[in-house]
Design a binder for this molecule. Structure first.
Ligand SMILES: Cc1cc2nc3c(=O)[nH]c(=O)nc-3n(C[C@H](O)[C@H](O)[C@H](O)COP(=O)(O)OP(=O)(O)OC[C@H]3O[C@@H](n4cnc5c(N)ncnc54)[C@H](O)[C@@H]3O)c2cc1C
Length: 443
């Protein structure tokens, strides 16, 4: 029987990161990665297959990322905890010293009539399935996307580039509302509408209709939308069957329960990524945040903690970015709405200006920034921004400030560097200026 110091189940964001970190820093005898797929998609790149990239092959993660780890392409069907062995559908058994579950998530399929019709797609991260989506979309003229979260919005923006009529149906008052405050959601919606995407909010889908292939979508208020393709993007559900069958504990958000060191209820088994329970940095409660950025961070933590407790998890701040048309949107931490919903007393401040200086520099874009602080302590709770390509890294700066426990005073006096072609002016640096407003007003 094969034996390994570390066996990793799953070869996507979390599994690959665990294999890389394990080999980079630890002298392990053998690392084995077992994954179901022949090839793995860059998960965050999936929407771009349909427009910007134009091809599934351009969105593949190379197996060479796994270095010297042995890759087994098979499905793990059981874990025997007493003999520390996993068994695959193909009959292979591998004995582990430590096991890492990185089995990810599958898209949710709502229990609405008509989900079984042809050309109704959820989005699992599988190349073969995505080929069917590509074929289905290429023969369609009216696409309805159920769900206006970041995946739905990215699909809308990309699929309209194919010349298809695209309608997004979102149950909440606005698209992207779980990630951004209203003002940013409205800007994103305006951008989508200007590019020709139809957006219906505050309404859900009651049923999908058609003979064999979907023909129209019935909304809860009775509206009828013509549709020859439907994409369902309403969230994901963690893949926990293996863990459940092995008797591991499952958490409140249906992920595999882990402790601060990413250890499951079996001390030899770790879990990371979409399959694992994640808790909020601010509230310490379990949250259904499932992002590649969190998956890789958890995998890094779990791998560092395999043989000794090195790095405890401080919880997920939640860092998110997306792009609609030419405008980037990002958020880190709590939105103002979410902070108020969890009972925090907050103050907010905003700043806007070009992200290069002078604003006539090539590539300059206007950037709007909003920061959220706790009144009293002045602690930074969250930040959001919209603007050009600099927006993605602004989210990361905001996340660093939040997780360092920075206050409005810290951020207002935060030391920055600038260059005309690379950053906003030191006079207009949005994060610093917004914090200064909050500091002065909050005194
Ligand atoms: C369209 C789309 C766009 C996204 N965009 C972003 C983004 O821009 N930014 C961001 O942070 N996040 C994004 N996400 C979320 C991100 O993709 C997930 O959080 C991330 O993929 C989670 O990684 P994971 O390794 O935990 O799980 P997964 O990516 O779900 O991978 C799980 C792996 O485990 C394998 N597996 C499962 N069970 C078994 C078994 N029994 N035996 C063998 N193998 C098994 C699967 O085959 C797969 O290889 C996006 C998701 C989607 C669907």
């Amino acid at each position: 029987m094969k034996q390994a110091d570390l066996v990793i189940v799953g070869g996507s964001a979390a599994g690959i990161e665990a294999a890389i970190v394990a080999q980079r820093h630890y002298e392990l005898d053998k690392v084995v990665v077992i994954r179901k797929e022949d090839s793995v998609m860059v998960p965050c790149g999936i929407p771009y297959i349909f427009g910007t990239l134009g091809s599934i092959d351009k969105n593949v993660m190379p197996d060479s990322l796994l270095g010297d780890a042995e890759l087994i392409k098979d499905e793990v069907t059981s874990i025997d905890r007493s003999s520390q062995t996993v068994t695959t559908a193909g009959g292979e058994a591998v004995k582990y010293k430590r096991l890492m579950l990185a089995s990810g998530s599958q898209p949710l399929r709502p229990p609405i009539p008509g989900m079984q019709l042809e050309n109704v797609f959820a989005i699992p991260k599988e190349a073969e399935y995505l080929r069917q989506v590509q074929d289905g979309l290429s023969a369609s003229s009216n696409l309805v996307i159920i769900g206006g979260g970041f995946i739905g919005v990215e699909f809308a923006d990309e699929c309209r580039k194919l010349g298809i009529n695209v309608t997004v149906v979102e149950m909440l008052d606005h698209c992207l509302m779980l990630a951004l405050d209203e003002q940013f959601c409205c800007t994103a919606e305006d951008n989508l509408r200007e590019s020709g995407v139809n957006i219906i909010t505050g309404n859900g889908v009651r049923a999908l209709h058609g003979q064999s292939r979907v023909e129209w979508v019935e909304l809860q208020d009775g509206t009828r939308l013509e549709a020859d393709a439907v994409i369902v993007a309403i969230g994901v559900s963690p893949c926990t069957k293996l863990a459940l069958d092995a008797g591991l504990e499952i958490g409140a958000q249906r992920g595999i329960q882990v402790d601060a060191y990413m250890r499951t209820s079996d001390s030899q088994i770790f879990a990371a990524g979409d399959c694992a329970e994640t808790f909020c940095y601010f509230t310490r409660k379990a949250v259904p945040l499932r992002l590649a950025a969190i998956a890789t961070r958890e995998a890094r933590l779990a791998t560092m903690n395999l043989f000794e407790d090195v790095a405890p998890n401080q919880g997920a701040v939640g860092v998110f970015s997306t792009v609609v048309g030419d405008t980037g949107f990002c958020a880190a931490g709590l939105t103002e709405k979410r902070a108020r919903d969890v009972g925090l007393d907050v103050m907010t401040a905003e700043a806007a200006g070009p992200d290069r200086h002078p604003g006539t520099m090539p590539g300059a874009s206007g950037q709007k920034t909003k920061l959220v602080f706790e009144r009293g302590t002045g602690k930074m709770l969250g930040g959001q921004a919209s603007g050009g390509t600099s927006t993605g890294e602004i989210a990361n700066v905001m996340a660093a400030l939040i997780s360092a426990g920075s206050t409005a005073r810290d951020v207002a006096t935060f030391q920055i560097g600038t260059h005309p072609a690379l950053t906003a002016s030191p006079i207009a640096y949005q994060i610093v200026n917004a914090a200064e407003h909050a500091l002065v007003r909050g005194r």
